[in-house]
Design a protein. Structure first.
Length: 159
C-alpha cells in the first residue's frame, strides 16, 4: 500500500475509466474529477491491484472512489485502513462515502469494516445521472440503479 504518485498517472486514468467510465464521478448531485484527487494504490509486487481516491473538505475525508482488481483478498480493507489512517493524520473527524443501491457487496463490506449506514437518498442517482448521463440504469446483478446510500465512520482526529 502506498500513496498515489506521479508515476501512477497513466494507470490511474485507465483504472478510473475502466471502473467509472471516465475520471469523473457523480454522487449527491455533484460531479468530482477523481483524477485530481489524492489517494492510495494497492500493489502486489510491481502490479497495481487497487485504487482509492479521497477528498478532504474541512474535517471530513470523503472516499470518492475505491476499487480492487482481486476481490476477497483483503485489498479493499487495506485501502480503507490506509484512508482511515490518512484521515486521522489530516485531523479529519469524519470519514464517509456514497454508493448505490445495487452495490450489495460494497455496502455489506462497509458495514463489516465499521462504517454506519446513515442516509438513503431516494432516487438520488437521477440527480447524478443528470450530470453524468453514462451512469448505467442497472448494475451487474440486474438491480436498477436508483438510490444513493451514505456511510460514515466517526474519527477522533490525530493521536
Amino acid at each position: 500500500m502506498r500513496l498515489i504518485d506521479a508515476g501512477d498517472l497513466e494507470w490511474k486514468v485507465a483504472a478510473l475509466q475502466a471502473v467509472w467510465g471516465g475520471t469523473e464521478v457523480a454522487r449527491k448531485g455533484e460531479l468530482i474529477d477523481a483524477l485530481e484527487l489524492d489517494g492510495f494504490v494497492a500493489v502486489d509486487g510491481v502490479d497495481r491491484i487497487g485504487l482509492l481516491t479521497y477528498a478532504l473538505r474541512g474535517q471530513e475525508l470523503e472516499v470518492v472512489t475505491v476499487h480492487v482488481d482481486r476481490a476477497g483478498e483483503g485489498v479493499g480493507r487495506a485501502l480503507m485502513d490506509a484512508a482511515r489512517n490518512q484521515a486521522s493524520l489530516l485531523g479529519a473527524m469524519r470519514m464517509w462515502l456514497t454508493t448505490t443501491n445495487d452495490n450489495v457487496r460494497a455496502y455489506r463490506f462497509y458495514q463489516q469494516w465499521g462504517m454506519d449506514f446513515i442516509a438513503l437518498y431516494h432516487d438520488g442517482v437521477a440527480r447524478s445521472r443528470a450530470l453524468k448521463p453514462s451512469i448505467p440504469l442497472t448494475g451487474t446483478d440486474g438491480i436498477a440503479i436508483r438510490h444513493e446510500l451514505e456511510f460514515e465512520l466517526l474519527l477522533h482526529g490525530p493521536g
